[in-house]
Design a protein around this ligand. Structure first.
Ligand SMILES: NC(=O)C1=CN([C@@H]2O[C@H](COP(=O)(O)OP(=O)(O)OC[C@H]3O[C@@H](n4cnc5c(N)ncnc54)[C@H](OP(=O)(O)O)[C@@H]3O)[C@@H](O)[C@H]2O)C=CC1
Ligand SMILES: O=C1OC[C@@H](O)[C@H](O)[C@H]1O
Length: 302
């Protein structure tokens, strides 16, 4: 328990030893808003750079996009505004770090990534759950140790009260709804663990029609906010030769374990990394989030 508390504290206050010498090619981020996610995602990590600057005041979103000093736009707006402002940022020649879920519809997502490709810009969806732990699960599946995959299940829900009644997650006009928040992770993890194959069939599926936002809210609540005091954070894959389960695929850097149970053999428990073993999780995440982006000459992509 003490180790867990100390880990939570360290994650919230990254040690200064994490400071890297500033590279000339360091990217400058412009953040479209001061959402709750912003300190953890950008402000605290940027503070570890001695010469990081925070901009504030009445600068409008479009002014920030137009600012030639900015290389990358971070879009942490409510889901329903992701598409509009990501398209504007791309049109303005900026790379985009885009909060999940990237867009409200498949068509919007296609438009975003088509425009990014056309302009030679990077759009990265901030789906940070793809830390090495879920990759370890995938590697075990790909190794065929457990044989072909038969079924995959994923569950993610938080104790009731975790999000306030006026939270953007409940506002459908802003792209709220449970499938747009925890559901974006469960669908993502199912697809990732099934890849490169597509599931052959859906074993169970049910739809609950609703006629009003209030009814929709109740349905969302039943599925994704549970009445236990403990969150659900599990993915399980059953294969012909055994099964594998990961606890806390969402935030493995806090705590996770992977249980591998080959048929007829003893189960084993693995961890993709241990906290304090050189921040492997964070290193991986950083290398991914900057991969492929180098600072381009000003306005060369507009
Ligand atoms: N990758 C991850 O792990 C996580 C991602 N997220 C994602 O980040 C995004 C932001 O989530 P969260 O930080 O909880 O959001 P908040 O509710 O804290 O912030 C939303 C921000 O959007 C601004 N905003 C602009 N227009 C509107 C509008 N019309 N209505 C309401 N707000 C508006 C608000 O600005 P103002 O204050 O000026 O009104 C506010 O700063 C979401 O897309 C969410 O899915 C969230 C948590 C974790
Ligand atoms: O993306 C997210 O991940 C963590 C959750 O607590 C949060 O509601 C969600 O937006």
């Amino acid at each position: 328990m003490l180790a867990f508390i100390s880990r939570v504290q360290k994650i919230a206050n990254p040690p200064s030893s994490a400071v890297q010498p500033k590279e000339k090619t360091a990217l400058k981020f412009g953040c479209l808003d001061a959402a709750n996610i912003v300190p953890g995602a950008l402000v605290i990590p940027a503070k570890s750079h001695p010469d990081a600057k925070a901009y504030g005041g009445a600068i409008g979103y479009q002014d920030m996009i137009n600012d030639p000093e900015v290389d990358v736009i971070y879009n942490p707006l409510p889901n329903g505004l992701h598409f509009e402002w990501t398209m504007k940022a791309l049109k303005g020649g900026k790379h985009v770090l885009l909060e999940k879920p990237a867009a409200n519809t498949e068509d919007e997502a296609r438009q975003i990534f088509t425009l990014a490709e056309k302009k030679g810009l990077v759009v990265l969806e901030a789906s940070y759950y793809r830390f090495p732990s879920i990759q370890r699960v995938k590697a075990i599946l790909d190794s065929k140790e457990l044989g072909p995959t038969k079924t995959i299940t994923a569950a993610l829900s938080a104790p009731e009260g975790t999000s306030k009644p006026d939270d953007i997650r409940w506002k459908y006009e802003l792209g709220g709804g449970s499938m747009m928040d925890p559901g974006s992770y469960t669908v993502n993890v199912l697809n990732y663990l099934a890849s490169p194959n597509k599931p052959k069939s859906v074993l169970t599926a049910s739809a609950e029609p609703y006629s009003s936002a209030t009814e929709h809210k109740q349905i969302d609540k039943n599925y994704f906010w549970n009445d236990s005091s403990f969150p659900k954070l599990k993915a399980t894959v059953r294969c012909e030769g055994g099964s594998i389960e990961i606890f806390n695929f969402l935030m493995p850097h806090y705590y996770h374990y992977i249980t591998v149970s080959p048929k007829g053999k003893r189960s084993r428990t693995e961890k993709a990394y241990k906290f304090g073993d050189g921040s492997k999780g964070e290193d991986w995440c950083i290398s991914l989030s900057t991969g492929g982006i180098t600072r381009s000459p000003r306005n060369s992509t507009t």
